[in-house]
Design a protein around this ligand. Sequence first.
Ligand code: SAM
Ligand code: SF4
Length: 462
Amino acid sequence: MKHIDEAKINSLTDLNVSEQEIDGILKKTRLLKRLTLEESAKLLSVKDAFLLKKIYDAAAYVKNAIYGKRVVMFVPLYISNVCANSCLYCGFARNNKLAVRKKLSAQEIKEQTEILLKRGHKRILMVAGEMVSSQENVDYYVDAVKAIYEAEYKGNKIKRVNINVAPMSVEQFKRLKQSGIGTYQIFQETYHDATYKKLHIAGAKSDPNNRLDAVDNAFRAGIDDVGIGPLLGLYDCRFEILAMLMHIEYLEKTYGVGPHTISVPRIEPAPGSSYADKPEYPISDEGFKKLVAVLRLSVPYTGIIMSTRETAELRDVLVNLGVSQISAESKVTPGGYEEESSCHNDKLERQFSLNDQRALSEIVKSLLSQGLIPSFCAACYRKNRTGEHFMYLARPGAIKHMCDINALVTLKEYLEDFAPLEIKALGCELIEKCKSKLDNASLKVLEKFFKNIDNGIRDEYI
Ligand code: SAM
Ligand code: SF4
């Protein structure tokens, strides 16, 4: 597989490391410095509970130093489960004869978006299977993004559409960029060549390099917010994490900037897939926690995304250790959102099972109770603070107050327009606490925005 030196990674997956070495590396992380592959490998090799605690403390420190108390909220929108590939772990695989196929029309996509707007969502991750013709794919995606941005509920509109869809050519990515997408997300699934070939048995996705090239194509097309990730459970997770870090090194060397986000999906049971019921390399919650913390320390300025595949309990822990974006009340079924919020995801059209079924308002409540700020902000993307420019601002910590203000404004809007009374009270309490920590200039800006919200003005940001 391109960019991945398997022999080197294998030599790093289980190292003997002293406490002194770990302390030295953690000291570096507290300066918010990016780690080398070898340093990340050493942290990943730690098994001792006392040293693990030190890693978690450092991850919590870095998370707070860079992202403050903010946690960005988004919701996935599945638009199609028609797929030409056969990924052995996925409910949408073309050989899954049980799957009921659905490809939403632009009108249906708009209606689904309106349901999400009514619940207070502002950021969507659009997800689709892959059709045979890449031209057909891109035409469909462009129309879908347009339909999402057109949807409206009482003046509320979706602020940012990220996408997780099939690879494309540079020209096709340029078209998608024009449609206004935020991040382009693509998971390599596994960086282990033999495992990749064993699990992707048909369709364009069977070539692992085609998938890696998609990331390059997106960068070349000027999409500088790109998201990557492994699907954890397919192969040894230490290998996967180190290989992904190697992929990131390649991207940084080639484009001057790494991925905007990393996702850490763990494999879940999927209808029609006996493989997904019993993955070959399952990873424990404790192992997963370590891996998220090591990623936070290795690439401190890269967002980490966690989906509702994980349980509410684990997500509540990991938002403090490194996760910066979480999804809420997801349905992994095209057309799965209904006017009345429901927990069902159990139809044959779904892609895989989900563990956190809480409504957005419940997740907001839980974050607020922990002193965290649920954020619906998309200001950086809308102000063109993306890619290298975003990293430039993020590195010296300059972005911190700007983000706090924007996040608090979006939270106040959510509380005013969508939150039940009990949650509104919790939110207002947290806002007051946050205000007391702002400097005078920031406080003045915030108060002006809040006054405007009281006067009915929405969607202001800096
Ligand atoms: N079809 C496109 C692709 O494969 O890149 C994009 C959408 S696909 C629905 C999104 C992601 O779902 C895949 O990249 C894969 O990592 C994840 N996925 C597939 N089956 C899964 C399962 N059983 N459990 C958890 N995640 C799964
Ligand atoms: Fe299709 Fe993506 Fe599922 Fe593979 S993971 S079968 S490409 S939807």
